[in-house]
Design a protein around this ligand. Structure first.
Ligand code: NAP
Length: 308
């Protein structure tokens, strides 16, 4: 198989790649930055396999340049960055990494819920800036509770279900919305109009598709409780960010905790980064050693199967 060329748009530790570098003519974009478009357009020209990730837009132009490509393996469960229809029309297989990152992402959703409602990051910032002066007060840094509250999960897929399992452990009332009801899930299906006014935490776990693009706009946020928090571990483009900023400024909702953004990365000058009732993480839903290693195993296996 060594005559086959595999192009990787990002670096993975050598020991996570298994036999791939020995089995194929393996080329990778080694810098930590996303692979430049020009580099990808050039390298994909002779590639039989492409190992890519969420920062690569694999569209018609890339596929046109990819004269020999037989398989695209993305190191992610989301595949909204790939024109799957155009790949299919060319007979190119597409692989992704579902399941192995589900629990890590659900863990982060809970970390965000707890952090924003119990003011964990705000408290940490307060201490580091020398602002903790009175040792204890009955009304100091009061947050709101997670256990026993109502969670509204939008997107009851793999990650949504894993969030629901955790919510059950916190004795939460679980509402959910997805395109189709899931009779096997121990939770109450609710249309958005019923879910939003009842939920203390609205957690987004949908995939990005035409029906979820900009799903969360000002009108959506207006239907939430003023005391509620919005948590997003799905994709940034599910939210109209300027509407969220406006809603937070106006006190339409209590706060937000976000792992993903409309345009990544965001900087310290971003309006969300200046809000105390917002917790931000840099797209790290699946970022644990164990999960990233398992994702590599699946992505490499998908690639090798596609080549075979
Ligand atoms: P999944 O199993 O495909 O679940 C997606 C869910 O979204 C499905 O239940 C689907 O409903 C629902 N959905 C789609 N469109 C909807 C709509 N218009 N209204 C309501 N629900 C809708 O995917 P997953 O494995 O759970 O992953 C979900 C997404 O999380 C991924 O696509 C990815 O973008 C994101 N993600 C982010 C990170 C991170 O680092 N933050 C990590 C992993 C994944 P039906 O079942 O009824 O079709």
């Amino acid at each position: 198989m060594v005559s086959q060329r595999v192009v990787a748009t990002f670096h993975l530790p050598r020991e996570w790649l298994g036999a791939l570098p020995d089995l194929a003519d393996f080329v990778e974009w080694g810098s930590g930055e996303p692979a430049p478009r020009d580099w990808l357009l050039k390298e994909v020209g002779e590639a039989d396999g492409l190992l890519c990730t969420v920062t690569d837009r694999v569209d018609e132009e890339i596929l046109r340049a990819a004269r020999r490509l037989r398989v695209i393996s993305t190191y992610s469960v989301g595949y909204d960055h790939i024109d799957v229809g155009a790949a299919r029309a060319r007979g190119i297989r597409v692989g992704y990494t579902p399941d192995v990152l589900t629990d890590a992402t659900a863990d982060l959703a809970f970390a965000l819920m707890l952090a924003v409602s119990r003011r964990v990051v705000e408290g940490d910032r307060l201490i580091r800036s020398g602002g903790w002066r009175i040792p204890w007060s009955a009304t100091f840094m009061l947050g709101s509770e997670v256990h026993g509250r109502t969670i509204g999960i939008i997107g009851m897929g793999r990650i949504g279900r894993a969030i629901a399992r955790r919510a059950a452990g916190f004795d939460m009332k679980i509402l959910y919305n997805s395109r189709t009801p899931k009779p096997d899930v121990a939770a109450e299906y609710a249309p958005l109009d019923a879910l939003l006014p009842r939920s203390d935490f609205v957690v987004l776990a949908v995939d990005l598709n035409p029906s979820t693009y900009h799903m969360v706009d000002y009108g959506f946020l207006r239907r939430m409780k003023r005391s509620a928090y919005l948590v997003n571990v799905s994709r940034g483009k599910v939210i109209v960010e300027r509407d969220l900023i406006r809603a937070l400024e106006e006190g339409i909702i209590a706060g937000a905790a976000l792992d993903v953004f409309e345009d990544e990365p965001i900087g310290a000058d971003h309006p969300l980064a200046r809000m105390n009732n917002v917790v931000l993480t840099p797209h790290i839903g699946s970022a644990t050693v164990e999960t990233r290693r398992r994702m590599a195993e699946v992505a490499v296996e998908n690639l090798l199967r596609g080549l075979r």
